[in-house]
Design a protein around this ligand. Structure first.
Ligand code: F6R
Length: 610
């Protein structure tokens, strides 16, 4: 989704803003722009296309000034054009504004402003806000901060905004439904949609909450609610490192993040998995543990890849804790008036912690008085703050739009929750120790799977021209089949479907011919024999099969075109290994097809609109 960076301080703003904007590219966008306040007043440059095109536009003629804002736009109202790109400037030319989100009542306000003579030069809902602020300024002579605050009381919808003015020498930012962070440096301040543009300048941050506005001057800042109540905000320490948000020699963030999984998984388990004790420590859930253990039902809500990890979570929790679990698309859960009862516990899963539908699921749960737990990666994210308690993934920043290391970290956290729920319940001490040791050995096994990268790349070159793919798996690996298909379609634009392998007979089998590659996850587990029968059915119809199975298993060689043999593990942990070759397969196919792997078309990293 759109990105915002703002700066006020003593350094030249242009390079800080453009570098910051590059760091937000991963969120997805189709135009970019910046506004700088210098000696000659406010100067705005904006372009359809990439940040590099904007950078080239200002290269010969640097914009001088130490106060500015910039933006990457992901088109909602109006196509990606120079005119629709942000910042938008007031008629007086005094101030410029960038906006993430959607002003839902823009039509009514636009009509009113047009009647007053304001002319609109873009198709955006954002321009309405600019003229509204200008109008309030004209009629009241309020300070910019106050005019912005009053304008925001009139809009319905979502926003993260930043405003700069050549008259007031201030940076104003406000949020409702679209994240914003204030970075506090030494005599300088930064605004960012997330921590990526801030991390190289400061570690001290203030997370703005919904309905808050900050006015930043050169010597300080003041936070208020939109209703004008002054607030004392806590200053937090950022955990991110600069190296974590750079490619470190990899061609793409996605590949870096796939390759990082041995470390990210170890980080997710650190201090929590104690195989020799044997027990799991989840400090974030400590205060609510009795309620979680006694839950009558657990509902897990999430979107996309996080929804796939939720499905694995359902299998894990039901199997180890014997608590019924329901998995919901967050977008459906929020609108279908779900039945929530005493004894229910809702868990939401979100890498970004900002996904609008998942956040709405949190609010729905809390509105119904149900305990709501979060599994998030981004520390301080809105979902992390609005849930009653939770567990961070500690997987490090995920920049690639296709989620990879977050999925494996989510499954790891869910496995730890399931095993902790099994304590004194379904597992003996010896079984617990065995399972915890098995989980602890996963990072090394993932490393072994990553060692098959060349083999997978070679396989990708054979299948790169396919138009369709089918992914099939059973049990714990059914969600992995869904995830494999999602990874392929989102970054290579090849149509792919995932199914429980047995479901194939109920329709998808009609698709199978020699042009249809079918990826089977065929681990030697409780479903293996059934999966082999499904493979035979595909082979009998000329389908071309790629199988992922255990090391040492030669039984599938005669049936399949490719067999990838990965290390053995316990059945419940196999998604942590089987998903890795599927991530690499999608990555290589996408690269070979010339797709923009880290910023696939039409996709945004953090979906903060419904
Ligand atoms: C797929 C992908 C998306 C996200 C989904 C939820 O690779 O990245 O499907 O998983 O948008 O995002 P979070 O987990 O941030 O709530």
């Amino acid at each position: 989704m759109c990105g915002i960076v703002g700066y006020i301080g003593s350094q030249q703003a242009e390079s800080i803003l453009l570098t910051g904007l590059k760091r937000l590219e991963y969120r997805g966008y189709d135009s970019a722009g910046l506004a700088i306040v210098g000696d000659d007043g406010l100067v705005v440059e904006k372009r359809k296309g990439k940040v590099d095109e904007l950078r080239s536009a200002v290269d010969g003629q640097p914009l001088l000034g130490t106060l500015g804002i910039c933006h990457t736009r992901w088109a909602t109202h109006g196509p990606p054009t120079d005119a629709n790109a942000h910042p938008h400037t007031s008629v007086s030319g005094d101030f410029a504004l960038v906006h993430n989100g959607i002003i839902e009542n823009h039509g009514v306000i636009r009509k009113r402003l047009k009647e007053k003579g304001y002319e609109f030069v873009s198709d955006t809902d954002t321009e309405v806000l600019v003229h509204l602020i200008e109008d309030i300024r004209r009629e009241t002579d309020l300070s910019l901060g106050e005019a912005v605050r009053q304008a925001l009381t009139q809009v319905v919808g979502t926003y993260g905004i930043a405003v700069v003015s050549s008259v007031d020498d201030q940076l104003i930012a406000a949020r409702k439904g679209s994240p914003l962070i204030l970075g506090i440096g030494d005599g300088e301040y930064f605004i960012g949609s997330d921590a990526a543009p801030l991390v190289e300048h400061t570690r001290q941050v203030v997370y703005l909450s919904d309905g808050e506005i900050v006015t930043v001057n050169r010597n300080g800042y003041e936070v208020k609610t939109i209703d004008n109540v002054p607030l004392e905000k806590e200053v937090h320490e950022l955990e991110w490192d600069l190296s974590e948000i750079e490619k470190s020699g990899y061609d793409h963030f996605m590949l870096k993040e796939i390759m990082e999984q041995p470390e990210s998984l170890s980080d997710s388990m650190r201090g929590r998995l104690l195989p020799d004790d044997p027990r799991v420590v989840l400090g974030g859930l400590y205060n609510h543990w009795d309620q979680i253990v006694d839950a009558d039902r657990i509902i897990i809500a999430a979107c996309g890849t996080s929804w796939h990890s939720a499905l694995v979570g359902e299998y894990l929790i039901e199997s180890f804790a014997r608590i019924p679990v329901e998995v919901e698309y967050a977008s459906e859960f929020r609108y279908r008036n779900p039945i929530l009862r005493d004894g229910d516990v809702v868990i939401v899963i979100s890498q970004s912690g900002e996904t609008a539908d998942t956040l709405a699921a949190v609010r729905e749960a809390r509105k119904n008085g149900v305990l709501c737990l979060g599994i998030c990666n981004v520390v301080g994210s809105t979902i992390a703050r609005e849930t009653d308690a939770g567990v961070y993934l500690h997987a490090g920043p995920e920049i690639g739009v296709a989620s990879t290391k977050a999925f494996t970290a989510q499954v790891t956290v869910l496995a730890m929750i399931a095993l902790k729920l099994a304590e004194n319940r379904t597992l003996s001490t010896a079984e617990m120790a065995h399972n915890l040791h098995a989980l602890a050995s996963i990072p090394d096994k993932v490393d072994e799977v990553l060692g098959m990268n060349d083999e997978i790349r070679e396989m990708a070159s054979v299948y790169r021209y396919a138009s369709n793919f089918l992914y099939l798996g059973r049990g714990y690996n059914f969600p992995v089949a869904l995830e494999g298909a999602l990874k392929l379609k989102e970054i290579s634009y090849i149509h792919a479907e995932g199914y429980p392998a047995a479901e194939m007979k109920h329709g998808p089998i009609a698709l199978i011919d020699r042009f249809m590659p079918v990826v089977f996850i065929a681990m030697k587990d409780s479903t293996y024999d059934k999966v082999v029968s499904n493979i035979e059915e595909v082979v009998a119809r000329d389908g071309s099969v790629i199988a992922i199975t255990d090391e040492g298993n030669g039984e599938l060689d005669k049936l399949c075109e490719y067999v990838l043999r990965i290390p053995k593990t316990e059945e419940f942990l196999s998604p942590l290994l089987t998903v890795v070759p599927l991530q690499l397969l999608s990555y290589h196919i996408a690269v070979m097809r010339g797709c923009h792997v880290d910023q696939p078309r039409n996709l945004a990293k953090s979906v903060t609109v419904e």
